[in-house]
Design a protein around this ligand. Structure first.
Ligand code: N2P
Length: 357
């Protein structure tokens, strides 16, 4: 028994010593625990070198967490108990967060580098005057395909995906809005349609796609398509550009029935713990050299005009990933459908996913 008590005491002493050492080490960095910045971003959506550079320049320690859909991010922030300093939602998610009073207004005077953003990407309907959000990346949703494996199909229409020759050969991005939107667009409805009959029609049509669907996947979709695990994918434009960097046989199109044009922006949640740090980080990401390096690394399209000017012509001149305004004006932005309708879209997408299992 005595031995047991001694062992217990030894463990307690060791634990206290470790706790003391931990707090001493924090202090010895010269910053209190407050000098950290917590970022919540999509997976594969930043060049990690830039985080290192930011930490070196500012002495701020970055804590970095990722999500793979707006829905997952929204659920987490709506639940409360988080203290992210910078988050990267898409357009409709920003509208929803504004409505729910989850965001801090942005003081433009603290962001001198905001002047580098192309006016085309400022003042968009989800956040007029950019009161709460700062452009980060933008793009479309479309079809990536391998011409050698797809029987000469052009993929200029969403309906091409239902071609029976593509059996078990398509991968879909795991996003409720993206896949419901694709089905609605294929039926010539808006990707923001709220009509129950149209939504059920979209689900029925999606279920008919199941024989062709090999998998519904997150960020791994890039690796899988580059390795030719499937001949076709429905993906975000920037993922397509990354895949095509790995495997130049592939091509990317936005089908003629229309699709989604989206904008991901940096925001500061109301519960942020380090607002000054958040401004420093956002302004850092807006620097043309930083934004250009980031765009080259992640493969997505930058809204930063002075960064674009720094990119090689084969990137900035590629209209598949930098479509002109006349073209994107014909595409749709996701509306904030409201809590109930968004949940309904999620539920229909889940039904389709279960149909695929
Ligand atoms: C990056 C995801 C991009 C999100 N992995 C498109 N809104």
């Amino acid at each position: 028994m005595k031995q047991l008590v001694n062992a217990f005491l030894a463990i307690m002493i060791a634990a206290f010593a470790l706790m003391y050492l931990g707090s001493w080490m924090n202090k010895s960095e010269g910053y209190s625990g407050g000098n950290t910045l917590t970022i919540y971003n999509w997976g594969d959506y930043i060049d990690p070198e830039l985080l290192t550079q930011f930490q070196k320049e500012t002495g701020i320690t970055v804590i970095y967490q990722t999500f793979d859909s707006n829905e997952a991010m929204l659920t987490k922030i709506e639940q409360g108990g988080t203290n992210f300093d910078v988050v990267v939602p898409s357009d409709y998610a920003i509208a929803k967060m504004k409505e729910e009073n989850l965001l801090l207004p942005i003081d433009h005077s603290k962001l001198p580098n905001l002047s580098h953003i192309d006016s085309r990407f400022m003042n968009l309907s989800f956040d007029e005057g950019n009161k709460y959000s700062v452009p980060y990346f933008w793009g479309t949703v479309g079809i990536i395909y391998n011409p050698e494996l797809t029987h000469g199909i052009k993929f200029d229409s969403w309906d091409d995906l239902w071609d029976s020759r593509l059996k078990n050969n398509i991968m879909l991005v795991d996003g409720a809005r993206e896949i419901m939107g694709m089905a609605l667009n294929s039926l010539h409805y808006s990707l923001n349609d709220r009509n129950e009959e149209h939504l059920q029609e979209a689900l029925t049509k999606l279920n008919k796609l199941s024989p062709n669907v090999k998998a519904i996947v997150g960020d791994e979709i890039k690796m899988l398509l580059a390795n030719e695990e499937a001949a076709v994918g429905v993906v975000w434009s920037g993922d397509a550009s990354e895949i095509m960097d790995e495997n130049d046989k592939l091509d990317y199109v936005v089908p003629k029935e229309g699709s989604n044009v989206w904008a991901d922006n940096l925001v500061i949640p109301r519960t942020a713990a380090n607002v000054e740090g958040a401004y420093k980080f956002i302004d850092f990401m807006l620097r043309p050299e930083v934004a250009a390096q980031n765009a080259e690394y992640v493969g997505y399209s930058t809204p930063n005009k002075d960064a674009l000017a720094l990119l090689p012509e084969d990137i900035s001149g590629d209209e598949r990933f930098y479509p002109p305004k006349e073209l994107t004006d014909k595409l749709e932005v996701y509306d904030n459908l409201g809590k109930k309708m968004l949940a309904h879209y999620n539920e229909l997408f889940l039904k389709f996913k279960m149909h695929n299992d």
